[in-house]
Design a protein. Structure first.
Length: 192
């Protein structure tokens, strides 16, 4: 049998055949499967982070809507300030139907009168989401419409979270999955 030298090992042609016809394809297949699983996990994690922001928006929706109808600016600002105790919100604001800011806390957009989001919220009355830039920072924003006593859109809430929060969470997950893959590979092939 022909012997081939690999640093620290001597392999014969049968071993090389097994490596290239069995081991290498298995490693590549497991890497591909890990990549697909990671893609699904990242998408799920991103949806979870977006869902967190939506939950916060729904939690303050009632108090904000009530404060808006009563004309209580202090209650409105207190409701917006309360979201920062969670540490996940970059900016919180309330706009009227035309997109003029009524109240704000944190980093927010000053005016959304010409925004497509404002037009969509006014016409559909449905929740909207968008990646945007606020004060030079890339953010993900969740928009929740507000309605008057007659069920007409009277404005909306915008909550924003830094895009870097999303990237950090996804990067942490990516590192963990690939480290696990490497560990399994080392354990599986290190014993041979």
């Amino acid at each position: 049998m022909t012997q081939y030298a690999i640093p620290g090992r001597s392999l014969n042609s049968l071993q090389l055949t097994l490596i290239f016809s069995v081991a290498l394809p298995l490693i590549l297949l497991s890497a591909l499967a890990t990549r697909v699983i990671l893609s699904e996990l990242n998408a799920s994690r991103e949806q979870s982070l977006k869902g967190d922001l939506a939950l916060v928006a729904r939690a303050i929706h009632g108090p904000v809507n009530e404060a808006l109808h009563r004309g209580s600016r202090a209650s409105l600002e207190a409701s917006l300030d309360s979201v920062f105790s969670l540490g996940r919100v970059y900016g919180a604001s309330v706009y009227d139907r035309e997109g003029r800011r009524i109240a704000a806390a944190g980093a927010t957009e000053r005016d959304m009168a010409d925004s497509r989001i404002t037009r969509r919220l006014s016409s559909s009355g449905e929740t909207q989401e968008d990646y945007r830039e606020i004060d030079g920072e890339e953010v993900f924003s969740h928009f929740l419409p507000l309605f008057d006593a007659h069920g007409q859109a009277s404005g909306f809430i915008q909550l924003s979270r830094r895009e870097t929060d999303f990237q950090a969470a996804l990067q942490q997950l990516t590192w963990a999955v690939w480290a696990g893959w490497r560990g399994v590979l080392r354990t599986s092939w290190g014993r041979r």
